[in-house]
Design a protein around this ligand. Structure first.
Ligand SMILES: Cc1ncc(COP(=O)(O)O)c(C=O)c1O
Length: 316
């Protein structure tokens, strides 16, 4: 079986001091202190109540809390529109397994998250790369075989944050062409220097969003993410697919994330993230003031160096 390149790169990079990382956006920071005691509640919940198989599609309590997060981004989604996944990776896997068939074409950005190429070959798809900032280029890339566009803002690995206009254009296009727009939003909170994140409207039946607690909340080890879809039948389909893959996401992780959200909340976690970022980046003088929009792992010292490196590439 083919060894996954990203894992090999990760192993090699761990051995190289001060290596500038372009692979995994794994934060090297501890959890916010305030959250940790609340995790014990997650264990107590399981001891006192139950530890059976999780509900298909995710625990209602966590889905409700996630619906609240989406509301802060002006989205009217309810728990029924949400499927809990094992992070963004499982969101992408699940959505592709349900929305594509071998032989389909999918459109991605020119420079996209490496996993997409692996998923493309895993599902027998053809990946067409294009420039999302040129809507005419995207239109040209669409053929009879196109099933979906995977879009990621802030974009990994370029750090590019797409404007509201560009995203609306893409959303209109998928509606017109009756294909899907998979909006990978795992980096949505990783924006700096007055750059604002914008995502497509989830009122559009053709939009499916992928999110995760890995980057914005620096909890990649929790392995929790979610998918939203306007069509509740799609959410059911995603839930069933996850049941077939793993019989659902670990109950402990779901409870843990629910307790974290209840204890210091969405804003609380985001604020904490900025404090930690400032401590680390200004403290070590490795902060790069010219950060353009976002990067996946600006939180880590290596990420800050990566930023500088990218800025140099961009400016010079
Ligand atoms: C653009 C993008 N999507 C999805 C993922 C996967 O997210 P998760 O770590 O939650 O599985 C990553 C991780 O680096 C990513 O960069």
């Amino acid at each position: 079986m083919r060894r996954i390149g990203i894992i090999e790169i990760n192993e090699q990079a761990e051995k190289i001091p001060n290596c500038i990382r372009f692979d995994k956006g794994s934060s090297k920071f501890p959890l916010p202190e305030e959250v940790v005691p609340h995790f014990h509640k997650a264990i107590e919940n399981m001891r006192d109540k139950y530890c059976h198989y999780p509900n298909t599609g995710g625990e209602p309590k966590l889905k409700q809390l996630i619906a609240e997060i989406e509301k802060k981004n002006n989205r009217q989604v309810s728990a029924e529109n949400i499927t809990i996944t094992h992070g963004g990776t499982s969101g992408l896997f699940t959505a592709l397994s349900c929305l594509t068939r071998p032989g389909d074409e999918i459109i991605t950005s020119q420079y996209c998250f490496e996993l997409l190429s692996l998923l493309t070959s895993h599902f027998g798809l053809t990946q067409i790369r294009t420039d999302f900032s040129q809507i005419d280029e995207v239109k040209k890339a669409i053929t009879q075989k196109t099933k979906l566009i995977i879009f990621n803002s802030p974009e990994n690995p370029t750090g590019k944050v797409y404007s509201q206009k560009k995203i609306n254009d893409l959303a209109e296009l998928v509606e017109y062409k009756k294909i899907w727009l998979l909006s990978d939003e795992v980096m949505h909170g990783v924006v700096y220097n007055n750059t604002f994140w914008y995502g497509p409207s989830t009122d559009n039946e053709r939009v499916v969003t992928i999110n995760s607690f890995s980057k914005t909340w620096f909890m990649p080890g929790g392995r929790i993410g979610w998918i939203t879809s306007k069509d509740k039948r799609l959410a059911e389909l995603f839930g069933n697919s996850l049941s077939m893959q793993t019989e659902g996401v670990s109950l402990f992780s779901q409870f843990m994330m629910a307790e974290a959200l209840k204890s210091i909340g969405y804003e609380g976690l985001l604020a904490k993230r900025m404090i930690i970022l400032n401590d680390y980046s200004f403290g070590t003088k490795r902060y790069c003031p010219k950060t353009f929009g976002a990067t996946k792992d600006s939180l880590s010292l290596l990420g800050a160096r990566r930023n500088e490196f990218l800025c140099q590439l961009r400016t010079g």
